[in-house]
Design a binder for this molecule. Structure first.
Ligand SMILES: *Cc1c(COP(=O)(O)O)cnc(C)c1O
Length: 483
């Protein structure tokens, strides 16, 4: 009987075809509509109701990729994709990830693949150096870094260890008995609320802290007042999540003042820089990290703006022993000499799942292939393109820029109001040439243009501006916008 498996020679042949497919996809992205017009259920209806009885050649699967899948996607790597935040990938990232898949290594403990752990530790030190993060996050002291799947997981892990600390370690035996509180600005990410819910703090566990209406950054006095009020009510402040680069507008919370308050009350400070952290590869953008030396933990997503495919969140703690104490569980089947020697790091104790992929490989490929200069050029291009777009918006009196744009996100709207701005977004997105998303700033409907695709050039930004002008002209002609 023959083996049912793909042998290495067949893999080599089919693998080349798959790499060709990706290269063709990338080189034809510009010709595709950014988003799909497929109605709900169309893809599901085109698929068979079960798997084939006998295996099919890879070519048959790839034909359906072209026919069924690719046309029904939002193309996040498209040069006209300006929605949400970028979710970059790149050639070196894909190659590193492919090799990680081929190795199929589980990096849950040092002993289950020593290089998987040690490369990750070294790369997180490289990254800390590249962003000029405080010394306390380097693995040379009590601190260190780890790759989480996402910023949401980083916030969850930070919340768990913060509760561990706030309970004096009793949380492990007692569960969440007291009323622990988390604090973030009204602009904090939804993942903070989710983390608090999973950690047992309850939906009311997160205190939204007021922001300065002009900068949309957390007001330190409001944070202090919230902590004082909770203490007076017999509740236990456990964690403050400050944001560098909020999701809505990229506001930067004042870390020096927030850090001082956290130190005064003994509250864990986690800094969420999911998108904007990558900017710190450029020395001129490091101001956003001022005060980070007060943080107990920090994270950013190389999978957003640093050319590393999802999933890759870089998370650091100033003291890893608290984290390990909060999360470690040692069943007999994982006992091993290396762990017992105390000389190694077991990353399973730094995250929620046990198993973990060799994600450091794609990061290694990216950092080495681009080099520091290449990464800086990518970030600077995004910042410059956003500034170029903001200049166009400011020069047209029908529009206004509604928040500072220190990174690669521009928030803007039509002065004519919410309905006009919403109609404008719908028209531009319907062209298939660009994709923007929206938020609300000060209660008002606001368009967001976030630059980040490696393929986006001045020409794509200018073309998008022309689409916006054309749509605004059409709305004026219909009387929806004053001309
Ligand atoms: C995108 C984002 C997140 C969530 O990121 P994931 O890595 O997808 O979990 C969290 N915080 C901020 C500020 C973000 O912009």
């Amino acid at each position: 009987m023959t083996t049912p498996h793909m042998d290495p020679e067949e893999f080599r042949r089919a693998g080349h075809a798959a790499v060709d497919w990706i290269a063709d996809y990338w080189s034809t992205l510009d010709k595709r509509p950014v988003t799909s017009t497929a109605p709900p259920g169309a893809v599901a209806a085109a698929l068979p109701t079960g798997p084939p009885e006998h295996g099919e050649p890879v070519e048959a699967i790839m034909a359906d990729l072209d026919a069924l899948v690719a046309p029904a996607l939002t193309h996040w790597q498209h040069p006209g994709f300006f929605g949400y935040f970028p979710a970059n990938t790149s050639g070196p990232s894909v190659l590193g990830d492919l090799i990680s898949s081929g190795l199929g290594v589980q990096g849950m403990m040092w002993a289950t693949g020593p290089a998987c752990t040690e490369l990750e530790t070294v790369l997180l030190d490289w990254l800390a150096g590249l962003l000029d993060l405080p010394e306390r996050f380097r693995s040379t002291g009590p601190g260190g870094g780890v790759i989480q799947d996402s910023a949401s997981s980083a916030t969850l892990v930070a919340t768990l260890v913060a509760v561990h600390r706030a309970s004096g370690g009793r949380w492990r035996q007692e569960g969440v008995r007291r009323r622990y509180r988390a604090y973030t600005s009204t602009q904090g990410h939804s993942s903070i609320e989710k983390a608090a819910r999973i950690a047992g703090l309850g939906d009311g566990g997160v205190r939204p802290v007021e922001v300065d209406p002009r900068t949309l950054a957390m007001r330190p006095e409001a944070l202090r007042a919230a902590i004082e009020a909770d203490l007076a009510a017999g509740e236990t402040p456990a964690i403050v999540v400050a944001t560098v680069g909020t999701t809505s507008t990229t506001a930067v919370d004042p870390l020096p003042e927030i850090g001082a308050i956290c130190a005064e009350y003994g509250v864990w400070l986690h800094v969420d820089a999911a998108y904007a952290g990558a900017a710190a590869v450029c020395p001129e953008l490091r101001w956003a990290h001022a005060g980070l030396e007060h943080a107990d933990s920090y994270c950013f997503d190389p999978h957003k703006w640093l050319l590393t495919g999802f999933d890759c969140d870089a998370f650091w703690v100033a003291d890893s022993s608290e984290l390990v104490e909060a999360l470690t569980v040692m069943p007999e089947f994982l006992r091993n000499a290396a762990t017992e020697s105390g000389a190694v790091v077991d990353y399973r104790d730094w995250q929620v799942p046990l198993g973990r992929r060799f994600r450091a490989l794609k990061l290694w490929f990216v950092l080495r292939w681009y080099g520091v200069a290449g990464l800086r050029a990518h970030i600077r291009s995004g910042v410059a393109l956003a500034a170029r777009f903001a200049d166009r918006v400011r020069a047209d009196e029908r529009f206004e820029v509604v928040a500072p744009h220190p990174f690669s996100l521009v928030c803007f709207r039509l002065r004519a109001g919410d309905d006009a701005s919403a109609a404008l977004l719908a028209r531009v997105n319907a062209t298939g040439r660009a994709h923007l998303t929206h938020t609300r700033v000060g209660g008002r409907y606001t368009l967001r243009l976030a630059v980040g695709s490696p393929q986006t050039t001045e020409q794509h930004v200018d073309e998008t501006w022309e689409l916006l002008v054309g749509a605004a002209d059409a709305l004026s002609a219909e009387g929806a916008v004053p001309g």
